[in-house]
Design a protein around this ligand. Structure first.
Ligand code: ADP
Ligand code: MG
Length: 230
């Protein structure tokens, strides 16, 4: 049976110099349904970022395949992949990756503009997500003038604005204090429930991990545990 996201036999070997190599992922199989809300946890170096990068088509596996909503993304060339990512996946990283010379509204609209949304559609959607994320007061500000928590919410707004099917977030709460981390998690959960977007995020904070409905634990590039909660 085919699933929304099928990860099959993924291995990733990094070659560092001529001698040493690192087996970042050793054989990952996962079937993920639409609208799941998943955390990937595990100690530093266990392969969380590598797995998220491969799922999102930012890196290629040494072996194995990733199929997202019927598209075998591991067989796309670079141009096809860039387009596929833009249309289907929203990314939220630890370093917010906001464009410093664009204001908050322009950052939020960035992907929508690339996808050819009209100015009216961009205006309406930017305001809608900004309100939802409680950043509508800062739409004309540059990212530099916002706190870390506010910048992270802008990064989430940008990721969800174009209504991607999948959101990938690599340790999205790592630079936030507890209160802002909790707010961000509530928000992601709300987006998952209300906007029906599949969310996969990584974390090693127990408070954050417990918010997810499915918990996948990595250890040395392998899945140690995969638990669904209600
Ligand atoms: P995590 O995100 O869980 O901390 P990573 O996916 O970043 O783990 O790393 C998994 C393993 O792969 C680690 O041993 C790391 O050193 C190695 N690794 C990750 N990226 C690279 C890279 N670009 N080059 C070489 N080794 C890497
Ligand atoms: Mg990492």
């Amino acid at each position: 049976m085919s699933c929304f996201l099928n990860i099959s036999g993924i291995k990733k070997v990094f070659h560092e110099g001529s001698e040493s190599e690192s087996n970042a992922l050793r054989s990952i199989d996962l079937a993920i349904g639409k609208e799941e809300f998943i955390v990937i946890s595990g100690p530093s170096g266990s392969g969380k970022s590598t797995l998220l990068n491969i799922i999102g088509g930012l890196d290629t596996p040494s072996e194995g395949s990733v199929e997202l909503d019927g598209t075998l993304i591991t067989s796309l060339d670079e141009n096809e992949l860039a387009l596929f990512r833009r249309e289907n996946i929203g990314f939220v990283f630890q370093a917010y990756n906001l464009i410093p010379v664009l204001n908050v509204k322009e950052n939020i609209e960035y992907v929508m503009r690339l996808l050819g949304y009209s100015q009216n559609e961009c205006d309406a959607r930017a305001l809608e997500v900004a309100r939802e994320l409680d950043i509508d007061a800062y739409l004309n500000k540059l990212p530099d003038h916002l706190s870390g928590g506010q910048q992270q919410r802008v990064a989430v707004a940008r990721a969800v604005a174009s209504k991607p099917k999948l959101i990938l977030a690599d340790e999205p709460t790592a630079n936030l204090d507890t209160a802002n981390g909790e707010k961000l998690m509530e928000l992601m959960r709300r987006l998952n429930e209300e906007e029906k977007v599949t969310i996969i995020f990584s974390s090693h904070d127990p408070m954050v991990i417990q918010k997810a409905r499915r918990s996948i634990v990595l250890r040395d590039g392998k899945i140690l545990e995969d638990i669904k909660r209600q």
